[in-house]
Design a protein around this ligand. Structure first.
Ligand code: GDG
Length: 508
C-alpha cells in the first residue's frame, strides 16, 4: 500500500462535485482568468484539504461549445494548492440544462423533499442523466491512484458510485447527500429506485445531514433487497429525538446488503463562523447595520426571511401566515416588518416561474391592503445580496423566521446564529421549521410547523414577545453549538470517517 501513498502519507483525494471551485476562463488553451467562488460556504472548506500537501483532483463540468470536447487538467491555484488539479469535464449548455436544471429538478428534487405530485419522470432524460454520470465516473476512474479516496457530492451524481466501482474496485468511495433523504414510500415512486440504490450500495461510506435521513435510507434499501443493520449508534447526545418530527433515538451505522457492507453517518453541515465574525466586525458592516436600523426605525421589530426561491422552502405558506398574523394582531401594525430576501433561481429553471408569480401577487396584495406612509409590512427583495450585506441584515433583525416545508439542513439558520451570538446584547430569536434538518440540532430555537398557519403565526408571536433574558440565553446556547460544529468540523469529521475505511476489495 505504501506505493500508492504520496510523500505526505495521505491518500490521494478526488472531489467529485458538480461545479468547479473556481471560475476558470480559458481562451485558446490559455488560462485567462481565475476567481474563487464565494469565500463563504463549503467550497473553501473542501479546498482546505489540498492546502497542505495532499494531492488530488477536483472533478466537475465546465461549459464547452461542442459535445464531446475534452478539456485538459489544469492547476487551480498552484501556489495555494500545489497538488490540486481541476479535472474538467466538457459539457455543452444543453447537456448541463437537461441533466441538472431539467431532469434532476423535475424528477429527483420534488421526490427528495416529499412533493410527490410535483415529480415527473421522463425515461429519455434518465438515459441522459446516466450518460452524464458515466462521464463523471470515467473521468474519476482515469484520475484516481490505486486505493484513492473519492468523495462524491449529491443526488445529481447518484449513479457515479456504481459505475465507478465497476471500473475501479480498489477505490474508497464516499458520498454525501446535501439534501434530505425521504422515507421509503416516497423515494420508491422513482422508477429507477433499484438502480440508484444499487449504485449507492457500491459506496464504502454514505453521509447524510441528520440521523433520520440515514434511517430513511436503510428503510429504502430494505424495501428493495434483504439488508441487515450490523451496527447502531445512540444519537441523542447531539441530536433531538422524541421532541422533534425529524428526530430519532438511534441511527444505523453499518449495514450489509447484497454482498456489501456500507458505513453510514450523520454530518450536519456547518458555517464558517470565523469568516462570518470577520465580516461582522468590519467597519463597513457596522455602518450598514446602523444605517439600516435608522431607516427601519428604532422601535420596529424586524423579522427576516432569507431563502432561494423554491416551493420546498414554503415561501407562500409563510406569506399567508404573515397575513393572518396581521389580521389577528392589529396591535402589531406599524410595529413589525418582514424583510423577505429571496434569491432568484439559476437561469433556465422554468419550474420556479409559477411560485414566483404567486409570491409576488400575494405580497403585493398584503402590502396594498395594510401599508401606510411610514410602514410597509413586507419588504420583498427578489435578488441576491453580497454575503457581507446579508451579515448586516442578520445583525439588524430581531427574529429569523426560517420556515421551509422541507430542507436538507438549512444554513441560513446557522448563519443567523453565528451573527446574533456575536452581539453584546439585544440578541435575536431563531424560529425554525420542524421539517428543516437543522431543527434537530437546535433545541434552543423556537420550532414551528410550516404546514400549520396557526403554528406559524403563534410561534412568530411568541418570538416577538420573548423577554430579553430568555432571548440571550437561548441564542447564547445556539451560538456555542454553531461555533463548535462549524464548517471545518463538518469536513474533517467526514474525512476522518472516510479515511478510517480501508477499501475491502483492494485488500482481498
Ligand atoms: C442546499 C440544501 C442544505 C441566500 N441568499 C443569499 C445568499 N444565500 C446563501 C445563504 C446560505 C445559502 O445561500 C443557502 O443555504 P441553505 O442551506 O439555506 O439552502 P439551499 O440553497 O437550499 O442548500 C440545504 C445545503 O444545501 C447545504 O448542504 O443546508 O438543505 O437544500 O449560505 O447565505 N448568499 C448571498 N446573497 C444572497 O442573497 N451571498
Amino acid at each position: 500500500e505504501n506505493q500508492v501513498l504520496p510523500a505526505t502519507g495521505e491518500r490521494q483525494l478526488l472531489m467529485v462535485y458538480h461545479r468547479l471551485p473556481y471560475e476558470i476562463r480559458e481562451v485558446n488553451g490559455i488560462r485567462e482568468h481565475i476567481t474563487p467562488r464565494s469565500p463563504n460556504g463549503i467550497i473553501p472548506s473542501l479546498m482546505g484539504f489540498f492546502s497542505q500537501g495532499r494531492s488530488g483532483t477536483w472533478i466537475a463540468w465546465e461549459e464547452v461549445d461542442k459535445p464531446g470536447k475534452s478539456l485538459r487538467n489544469i492547476y487551480i491555484d498552484e501556489k495555494q494548492y500545489p497538488h490540486l488539479l481541476a479535472g474538467r469535464i466538457g459539457l455543452t449548455k444543453k447537456e448541463v440544462e437537461l441533466f441538472y436544471k431539467v431532469f434532476s429538478k423535475e424528477a429527483f428534487w420534488p421526490t427528495i423533499f416529499s412533493f410527490v405530485d410535483k415529480a415527473s419522470f421522463n425515461h429519455d432524460h434518465w438515459d441522459h442523466y446516466v450518460r452524464i454520470n458515466r462521464i463523471f465516473a470515467e473521468k474519476t476512474a482515469a484520475e484516481a491512484d490505486l486505493g484513492a479516496n473519492v468523495w462524491i457530492h449529491d443526488y445529481n451524481l447518484w449513479m457515479v458510485p456504481g459505475i465507478l466501482r465497476q471500473l475501479r474496485p480498489d477505490l474508497n468511495i464516499a458520498f454525501f447527500h446535501h439534501t434530505s433523504f425521504p422515507p421509503a414510500d416516497i423515494f420508491n415512486i422513482i422508477p429507477w429506485r433499484g438502480d440508484i440504490i444499487g449504485s449507492l450500495l457500491q459506496c464504502d461510506y454514505i453521509g447524510f445531514h441528520i440521523p433520520r435521513y440515514a434511517e430513511n435510507f436503510v428503510d429504502v434499501v430494505k424495501s428493495i433487497l434483504p439488508a441487515t443493520v450490523l451496527e447502531e449508534q445512540n444519537c441523542t447526545e447531539r441530536f433531538l429525538s422524541y421532541s422533534c418530527p425529524l428526530g430519532v433515538e438511534k441511527m444505523p451505522r453499518l449495514i450489509e446488503a447484497g454482498s456489501r457492507q456500507v458505513r453510514l453517518g450523520a454530518h450536519p453541515i456547518g458555517v464558517h463562523t470565523a469568516y462570518i465574525k470577520e465580516l461582522y466586525e468590519k467597519e463597513t458592516t457596522t455602518e450598514l447595520v446602523k444605517k439600516l436600523r435608522n431607516q427601519l426605525g428604532k422601535d420596529k421589530k424586524i423579522v427576516l426571511s432569507v431563502e432561494r426561491l423554491d416551493y420546498v422552502k414554503g415561501p407562500l405558506e409563510k406569506i399567508y401566515a404573515f397575513q393572518e398574523f396581521l389580521e389577528q394582531y392589529p396591535e402589531f401594525h406599524g410595529k413589525v416588518e418582514l424583510i423577505n430576501i429571496c434569491t432568484p433561481p439559476a437561469k433556465g429553471m422554468k419550474i420556479y416561474d409559477k411560485v414566483q408569480q404567486e409570491l409576488e401577487q400575494a405580497i403585493g396584495k398584503i402590502n396594498g391592503r395594510y401599508s401606510t406612509i411610514g410602514w410597509t409590512p413586507i419588504h420583498f427583495f427578489f435578488r441576491s445580496f453580497p454575503f457581507e450585506e446579508l451579515v448586516a441584515y442578520y445583525a439588524v433583525s430581531d427574529i429569523a423566521w426560517i420556515t421551509p416545508l422541507r430542507d436538507g439542513l438549512n444554513l441560513v439558520a446557522k448563519e443567523f446564529v453565528a451573527v446574533q451570538g456575536l452581539k453584546e446584547q439585544h440578541k435575536g430569536v431563531l424560529v425554525i421549521s420542524e421539517f428543516a434538518g437543522v431543527s434537530v440540532e437546535m433545541g434552543y430555537a423556537l420550532r414551528t410547523n410550516p404546514y400549520d398557519k396557526k403554528s406559524l403565526r403563534e410561534v412568530l408571536l411568541q418570538a416577538l414577545l420573548m423577554e430579553e433574558q430568555e432571548r440571550d440565553m437561548r441564542m447564547g446556547r445556539l451560538f456555542d453549538s454553531v461555533q463548535y460544529y462549524d464548517i471545518a468540523q463538518w469536513s474533517e469529521s467526514f474525512m476522518q470517517e472516510m479515511e478510517a475505511i480501508t477499501p475491502l476489495q483492494f485488500h482481498s
